[in-house]
Design a protein around this ligand. Structure first.
Ligand SMILES: *Cc1c(COP(=O)(O)O)cnc(C)c1O
Length: 397
């Protein structure tokens, strides 16, 4: 990760197909497009690769989460359980619909703790949204059991773990709905883009219409289509879909490269007794997009993180001090800094953030470092990097 490191002829070829006829929109203009339907083609290939009945492309991963929630009928006042460690998109998408994000602790998988989910369920809870962070997954079997028992919708955010599997199934295909991002820094990129995945016919139809102003897409003239319900514009363009198509066809190649690089780094760090690794749930196979490990305490992790920088080891993240991924630095959420008025229901629903502590999440995130695995490294570069990492960690222990 990211796929853009290997942008090349295949991506250019797909893009050129679109540029030759100039139809940059995914719907309509049938006569002008010389048979090129990149978004439709990408959806069909995503369905095959990710083993779902339906994939609906949208304009971003954040849009995918919003569209997935809307498709399942989640809206004003509904509570959606999400993890404390994720990307800001999780609560943005929930709040866009007037729903309430209920943040819960993560465990040593670096994803949502099923026990914390159980404790957070109320009469308003509608959905549970695990986020498969840094290439590995939440315990989906435990979460599925909870959702079944309490009649909740399970929505997987697999934006950072495309290519990973759980008990033989691709992430994103296991919950009622799955979301993925094709933004510029993800394992397969379209520049910008995302997809909603589902086996549920109604959710798919909702996602298809909702992401295009509520258009029913019945195959008549676009101007004559009706609007069974309200929607927005979350469409992907043909240009983005074309790049995504070339990249999806390289997913296996990318995962193989990641696994190779990951394994070299992991074997080197395994020599240090103080280093432990994140837990991968039984039956899980990572996408190897990150190598995530724990150091003994916060101070050591901070020192290691800065020693990495001194040694030129880039792309390693200590999320405890990071603005994007962890509740600790989300002042804009905790203080509800909104440009426009927020409903009293959501304000009330978010009051818990003033007092709730996330001690269990802190316990893991404070000690965690996650290193991005790049696709463009040569073997010599990975080996040199492994050596530098071992040296940097050993020096601060
Ligand atoms: C990147 C990301 C998103 C949002 O994707 P965009 O395409 O950037 O909007 C959502 N969730 C997670 C976990 C992500 O990493």
């Amino acid at each position: 990760m990211p796929g853009f490191e290997l942008f090349g002829d295949k991506e250019r070829k797909e893009l050129n197909d679109v540029l030759e006829n100039g139809v940059l929109m995914r719907y309509g203009f049938d006569g002008m497009r010389n048979g090129h339907w990149k978004a439709k083609e990408l959806e069909s290939e995503l369905e095959t690769v990710l083993e779902v009945k339906h994939a609906q492309l949208v304009s971003s991963g954040t849009a995918a989460v919003s569209v997935a929630l809307a498709s399942a009928g989640i809206g004003a006042g509904d509570e959606v359980i999400m993890p404390s460690f994720t990307f800001v998109a999780s609560f943005e998408a929930i709040m866009m619909l007037g729903a309430i994000p209920v943040l819960v602790d993560i465990d040593d998988t670096l994803t949502m703790d099923p026990q914390a989910v159980k404790a957070a369920i109320t009469s308003k809870t509608k959905a549970v949204m695990p986020v498969h962070m840094c290439g590995s997954m939440a315990n989906l079997e435990a979460l599925q059991a909870i959702c079944k028992k309490h009649n909740l919708i399970l929505i997987e955010d697999s934006s950072q773990a495309t290519g990973a599997t759980y008990k033989g199934k691709p992430l994103g295909s296991i919950g009622d709905l799955g979301c993925l991002s094709l933004d510029f820094v993800k394992i397969i990129t379209a520049g910008e883009g995302g997809a909603v995945l589902t086996n549920n016919e109604a959710y798919y139809r909702h996602a298809d219409h909702y992401s295009d102003h509520g258009h029913d897409h019945v195959g008549k003239d676009r101007g004559a289509e009706t609007h069974p319900f309200l929607g927005y514009n979350f469409r992907i363009s043909e240009l983005h879909a074309a790049v995504g198509l070339a990249q999806l066809r390289r997913l296996d190649e990318f995962v193989t490269i990641q696994k190779k690089n990951y394994t070299i780094l992991r074997e080197a760090l395994s020599e240090i007794p103080e280093v432990t690794f994140r837990t991968v749930p039984e039956g899980g196979e990572e996408s190897y997009s990150f190598l995530s490990f724990f150091l003994p305490d916060l101070e050591t992790a901070r020192k290691a993180s800065s020693a990495f920088k001194d040694h030129g080891v880039d792309a390693c993240f200590h999320y405890y001090d990071n603005n994007w991924h962890y509740i600790r630095k989300w002042e804009h959420l905790k203080e509800l800094k909104s440009l426009y008025p927020i409903s009293n229901e959501v304000k009330e629903g978010l009051k818990y953030l003033q007092t709730k502590t996330f001690d269990q999440s802190d316990h893991y995130i404070a000690r965690n470092i996650s290193c991005l695995i790049k696709l463009s490294w040569t073997e010599a570069e990975v080996k040199a990097r492994a050596e530098k990492m071992v040296k940097a960690i050993t020096a601060v222990l």
